[in-house]
Design a protein around this ligand. Sequence first.
Ligand code: 5GP
Ligand code: MN
Length: 342
Amino acid sequence: MKSISEKNINELKDLIVHTQKPLIITHYNPDGDAMGSSLAFYHYLVKKGKEPIIITPNDYPDFLHWLPGNDKVIVYKRNSGTVLNAIKEADAIFALDFNDPARTEGLEKYLAEAPGKKVLIDHHPEPEDFADIVISDTQYSSTAEMIYHVIESLGDLDLIDNVIAECLYTGIMTDTGSFNYNSSNPYTYIVVSKLIDLGINKDKIHGNIYDNYSSDRMRLLGYCLNKKMEIFPEYHTAFIAITKKELKDFNFAPGDSEGFVNYPLSIKGIRFTAIFIEKDKQVKISFRSKGEFPANKFAEDHFNGGGHKNASGGYSNDSYEDTLKKFRELLPKYINELKDGM
Ligand code: 5GP
Ligand code: MN
């Protein structure tokens, strides 16, 4: 595990001592790591005697609403004036779990104009050059694990209590698919053992996240796997695609399709999967891969996206049908890379 540079830590320490108006922001469609790391850092700053503002670009799934501090989160889509004002007034802006201001989908312009000092803490590759203090390392399972390491490096481990530990564990658990991927670094387990030592109930957290779905979501999953999955054994690839109408038929709520993209990866021989979800103006896409196939490069090269090697996403402005056609037509070009390592 790389250590965080002394320069970064000293600058961060100084900023935390002096900030009067800290603001924490994460990416659009926040996931468990985005919310877990942001709320953990929120509680840490409160313990440092600060009054941080925590914002998200848009709403996030119900199964994250139990997180301690959820009631403090200000959602830009519902409180745009308050959020824009807070960004303008902040003297320190902590950008967590994203590597490009464009990932806020609408706040990038305001972040660029904001006078506050910007800090990036993130585990995605190749961060855009937008922050004054950049703590970026892809070796961590999650931004939550990085937050633990940052707090440790700041000499404040004693401030991590049960509440912060619950938030951090949520981020690590969700970004590793419950320790299924991105979880081969021993440091992850050192952190987890410390969090469990603090008295968190890991089984309760798991249940809060994964056993909290609606019956509609379960039926939508069944429908997708039964009727909407296409398999291409020759390309070791499978995908699921859902139309707007189908989402409506199953009373779709944010977060309902979370995890669907992983299911086809458990088919023997499949090492690349995608899910296409038709939205009002675009098609949102998630990609997953096993082994060396770079899902992030694929997303970046063809679908305006990026992410991690094995978990990425993007979008298409083409129609639903044209987007699927484009994907099907791309596969033969990747036959060698997709075959490798099988
Ligand atoms: P998910 O499929 O869970 O929404 O996203 C998986 C990963 O893909 C995220 O952690 C993020 O790194 C990346 N990702 C998802 N959507 C986008 C996107 O539209 N643009 C970029 N650059 N990355 C994305
Ligand atoms: Mn993350």
